[in-house]
Design a protein around this ligand. Sequence first.
Ligand code: NAP
Ligand code: GLV
Length: 313
Amino acid sequence: MVVLILVETKPTNTWLNILIAQLKKEQPNIDFRLWPEYGKPEEIEIVLTAWPPPGAMQKFPNLKLIMSLGAGVNRILEDPDLPDNIPIVRLVSESKRLQMIEYVTMAVLVFQRRLLEYQALQRSQRWEYLPVQDATSFTVGILGLGDLGLTVAKKLKLIGFPIRGWSRTPKIVAGVECFHGQEQFKLFLNKCRAIVCLLPVTPQTEGILCQDTFSALPPGAYLINVGRGKHLIEPDLLTALDSGQIASACLDVFDTEPLPVDHPFWSDPRIIVTPHIAAPGRSDEIAAAILDTINCSRMGRPLKYAIDRRWGY
Ligand code: NAP
Ligand code: GLV
């Protein structure tokens, strides 16, 4: 079995380098090849990738499976020449869930407990008390109630935040006020003090974090984007911050990554920027998930996290 790891490896990408070493160590019988040294294209049966160059998948006539190295598959689906009969499996893991809980909880607490404002006070050596809004009245709205959105929703609920969730299809989740579909979107937004984007990028969700959405929130709301950069219309965020409609934002994902050095977000005190690190997952656990999927594909067993291409996630 030949598996092609179709990624740009850089010595600085420790996560990826550890993952590749782990895969090779765990399964010495599998011939793992590293792009662009893939040898004979007809030998490649499985591709592991996150962002393949357009047309790359067409090179492999015996391809049986594409495995995403992320939970999101939008960059794989972006390829206009992607063969349409190959299953695509995305990465789901417990360590990603736990890391996403940590990240989103951190961001919600930073905003609810007004940490950015306290940091500004600290810089001017001012000892002042700011009124705090109780968690029990600080409603958090989660866009996307899938693997990660639902996990985060349940944890924030346990801490005491009222939780609203929005999904494509209807859901019933104990302790979470659920909304679905475009027609319930504004109703969902109208009480959210903070929103967390945990949607996949699809034609329906691209650009969803825009002026229209911000104006449906209570004034002074907070934005946490851990979905994808393409969800956010960046100039609309700056306008909403200037008007006070959005008080602050915590962004882990950006339209262009790495965020360009001259981008206004870097120096804006109302924005927290992190370099797409919310939930990479633990490489040993991810290696195990990848090997399990390879095994299922080999044995012809059902592929647990195969995406539905009709919906794009
Ligand atoms: P998932 O399990 O596929 O869940 C997606 C959720 O989005 C589902 O609840 C789905 O609704 C909802 N959804 C999709 N299209 C929608 C629409 N048009 N309207 C309303 N809801 C819609 O995905 P996941 O594993 O939770 O991951 C979500 C995203 O997080 C990924 O795609 C990725 O972009 C991002 N992510 C980021 C990081 C990071 O480090 N920053 C890490 C991991 C993932 P239904 O339930 O009705 O299908
Ligand atoms: C990370 O962004 C992922 O999609 O897993």
